[in-house]
Write a protein that binds this ligand. Structure first.
Ligand code: SF4
Length: 421
């Protein structure tokens, strides 16, 4: 099977930044599909089960929103599209095809170089869906697996087994998908270092191009919170700090030994397969979220969309939604779909540049900071950078500043140092 042409992270990101300087700014599109077969016990995402009729109405509404924002896209070059959720693969194949068609009719796309990703869950994927995705231009799959251990999957409330995932994965390969991510989750209740290592090695044996490895966070309002919050009877079943540390270091080593570069705190990829869409968030490229509750950041204005499903559909059903080009402060919307609009201050933008940029292992560019904010980074953060370099938490390497391995280990504390207010 012929592999896609690959390039280094630096090249990918530089190409994305290059477009900022030209007349059409780069843009990432995020499409939210808020449906799942059933709610997983640890999940606090905006997602829920729904009837087929409701899903169809939602897709109709989403298409209205996509088309209603038509004039907005004209100053942008859409470089990445990401279908997230929820579980986008629980929609009928024809619905995803309809959405892609609406995007294609509304936005000028440079298809050849675009990354188009979709989150898929085992237990909802079929051969027909994969074939339709391919035909529609989707070229990257992101599997929500979390664990290769069926007992852990069951405890998480996932609807699938490892075997179902493996069958789906191999089918996707047979059908020609050459860019696949697998999401894994550590720090699960009763998880041992051995069971995590087994999950990692099992997945590496399948050779996906990208692996995301996040730790479980027990979020309020979830089933897990009732069972495993601090002070509950189940809390002792969560891995202790030593186990957590061992898992963290093991992940880094095993993935590195097997050809996966860590390019972001929790993300690993074979060379040239870094997720361009997520990278664009971390380097501060504008993104537009379409669909229920989706967030956007456009020219320093952050906003999100209506979070109530019934209201979202009704608003879209009433007529056209309008996003005006080049007017982020008037970014909408005759119908009131936009929520929580917030013009970021200069200070907030600087902080965000540091927080997000330092998540990338490549680090941040001092020149780029200067270019964006007309102020030098050392002037903005007098002493802090030198102190962190002295403590071996940061490295200054020519134009770049990045976290050291030690800095990544305590990244929350290091990043907090860059709060200006
Ligand atoms: S499949 Fe994903 S989005 Fe859906 S409930 Fe589970 S974790 Fe949440």
């Amino acid at each position: 099977m012929e592999k896609m042409k690959v390039s280094k992270t630096e090249d990918v990101i530089e190409n994305m930044m290059e477009n900022v300087k030209e007349d059409r700014r780069p843009l990432g599109l995020y499409i939210h599909i808020p449906f799942c077969v059933k709610k997983c016990d640890y999940c606090d995402f905006l997602s829920a089960p729904a009837t087929e009729t409701m899903k169809k109405r939602y897709v109709d509404a989403l298409i209205t929103e996509i088309k209603g924002s038509g004039s907005f896209y004209s100053t942008y070059e859409v470089q990445t599209i990401f279908f997230g959720g929820g579980t986008p693969s629980c929609l009928e194949a024809s619905e995803i095809e309809r959405i892609m068609k609406a995007i294609g009719e509304t936005i000028r796309l440079s298809r050849a170089s675009m990354e188009v990703s979709i989150e898929v869950n085992p237990g909802t994927l079929t051969e027909e869906k994969l074939r339709v995705y391919k035909r529609a231009g989707i070229n990257r799959l992101s599997f929500g697996l979390q664990s290769a251990n069926d007992k852990e999957l069951k405890n998480l409330g996932r609807i699938h087994t490892y075997q179902q995932f493996k069958e789906n994965f191999l089918l996707a390969r047979t059908l020609g998908f050459q860019n696949i991510n697998v999401d894994l989750m550590s720090a699960l209740p009763e998880q041992t270092v051995e069971s995590w290592e087994n999950t990692l090695r099992t997945i590496i044996a399948l050779a996906p191009e990208h692996i995301s490895a996040y730790s479980l966070i027990v979020e309020e309002g979830t089933g897990f919170y009732e069972r495993y919050r601090e002070g509950s009877a189940g809390y002792r079943l969560l891995p202790d700090e030593d186990t957590d540390r061992s898992i963290y270091h093991l992940t880094k080593e095993i993935l590195k030994d097997n050809g996966y570069d860590r390019y972001e705190i929790s993300n690993y990829a074979k060379q040239g397969f870094e997720c361009r869409h997520n990278s664009s968030y971390w380097i501060g490229i504008d993104y537009l979220g379409l669909g229920l509750g989706a967030s956007s950041l456009i020219q320093g204005v952050r906003f999100s969309k209506e979070e109530d499903l019934q209201k979202y559909i009704l608003l879209c059903e009433q007529g056209a939604v309008t996003l005006e080009r080049d007017k982020p402060d008037q970014l909408v919307d005759s119908l009131g779909l936009v929520r929580d609009r917030d013009q970021l201050t200069l200070v907030q933008r600087m902080e965000e540049f540091m927080f997000l940029g330092l998540r990338m292992c490549k680090g941040i560019s001092k020149r780029e900071f200067n270019h964006r904010f007309q102020k030098s980074i050392k002037e903005t953060y007098p002493e802090i950078i030198d102190e962190l370099v002295e403590k071996a938490l940061l490295i200054e390497d020519g134009d770049l500043i990045r976290l050291t391995d030690l800095g990544i280990d305590v990244s929350n504390q290091v990043l907090a140092e860059f709060l200006l207010e």
